[in-house]
Ligand binder design. Structure first.
Ligand SMILES: Cc1cc2nc3c(=O)[nH]c(=O)nc-3n(C[C@H](O)[C@H](O)[C@H](O)COP(=O)(O)OP(=O)(O)OC[C@H]3O[C@@H](n4cnc5c(N)ncnc54)[C@H](O)[C@@H]3O)c2cc1C
Length: 303
């Protein structure tokens, strides 16, 4: 982290909470599930589906992980009662991956069962490379038991093509692999990951093809309009029906392009993060990926 980035993070951390909340409200839906559902309502009204995410990572041991499960269960029940169009997404370390893989599996599995009863889908997110193996093991176990779960894969990682191959090979016969493709938000070392824009985007398009050809549903999570043109061409070349792809975007980021995609007839889903941990979470993320600082600082000045 550069001295300037460090300074900006320090300034942000000393900002009074209401001021920081005002500026971050473009990207974060609020503290409570009710606030998140209100944002989701207006997102749905504009024709976009949603993804609810309770902000949090690195749960405080088993107790923290179980508390996260309870918060998700409440959010899913309230989401179902609201009849809004959305599902939920959760981070493995928020569900105790660093405490133990069995615990993490048990928690995702309990939430998948709860979601199944409500007719909802659950996505397992992907964090930095130290968690990739554990997350994939947990996800493979979930796939054996649940039909309403999906995963996130990062094109930045050299290993991603082989991970896709392995996931497709192990897929139970009655399941469709459901993947959110991302570039990967964590800046990984150059011995395990692509570091240039071109190679990350190339891998993204190639791996989306690999997934489509393997029969997967692919959620194209990006705001990169140049890469999206290639993805739209790929969808059209492979004649992928609307049930097997969608664009996914982050709330508050480059909304005009969501509209372009929606108006062109592509399904678009918006990620709506919220939760009491929003401030600490945002500061931790900014420290780990200073590139986000530029984007958020620009966002603040535009406001
Ligand atoms: C719905 C969704 C879920 C995601 N889940 C995960 C996950 O589980 N694990 C993971 O590692 N990563 C996740 N990501 C993040 C992803 O890996 C990328 O870091 C992020 O999407 C930026 O890459 P990009 O494809 O948009 O392209 P970029 O080339 O990085 O960006 C394209 C354009 O979008 C702008 N932009 C991108 N992100 C932001 C932002 N946050 N604020 C302001 N402007 C921005 C850029 O400035 C640029 O103009 C997710 C992204 C989305 C959209």
């Amino acid at each position: 982290m550069s001295i300037l980035s460090d300074l900006i993070v320090r300034v942000l951390s000393t900002m009074p909470t209401p001021v920081m909340r005002y500026f971050s409200s473009k990207y974060i839906a609020g503290v409570t599930v009710e606030e998140a559902l209100e944002r989701l309502q207006s997102i749905n009204d504009e024709g976009f589906a949603g993804i609810l995410d309770i902000l949090g990572e690195d749960a405080d041991g088993e107790r923290g992980a179980r508390a996260a499960l309870e918060a998700y269960k409440v959010a899913c029940s309230k989401l179902a009662a609201s009849k809004l169009i959305s599902y939920v997404s959760a981070k493995p370390t928020h569900f105790g991956l660093r405490t133990g893989e069995d615990l993490c599996f048990e928690i995702y599995s309990a939430l998948a069962t709860h979601c199944q009863g409500l007719g909802q889908f659950l996505r397992v997110e992907m964090e930095d490379h130290t968690t990739t193996d554990g997350t994939l093991r947990v996800f493979n176990r979930l796939l054996q038991k649940h039909g309403n779960v999906g995963i996130v894969l990062q094109s930045r990682l050299f290993r991603n093509g082989s991970d896709i191959e392995a996931l497709l090979a192990k897929l139970p016969a009655d399941r469709t692999l459901n993947v959110r493709m991302v570039k990967g938000i964590y800046l990984e070392p150059s011995n395990i990951a692509h570091t240039s824009y071109e190679s990350i985007a190339r891998a993204y398009v190639d791996q989306s093809r690999q997934l489509f050809e393997g029969g997967a549903k692919v959620c194209l999570a990006t705001h990169d309009s140049q890469m999206a043109e290639e993805l739209v061409a790929l969808v059209s070349e492979l004649q992928i029906p609307k049930e097997r792809y969608e664009f996914q975007v982050l709330m508050g980021v480059l909304k005009p392009i969501w509209k372009v995609w929606l108006d062109a007839g592509h399904p678009v889903r918006v990620y709506v993060p919220f939760g009491p941990d929003w401030k600490a979470y945002s500061l931790r993320r900014l420290k780990k990926n200073p590139k986000l600082l530029t984007q958020i600082t620009l966002g603040i000045f535009r406001r």
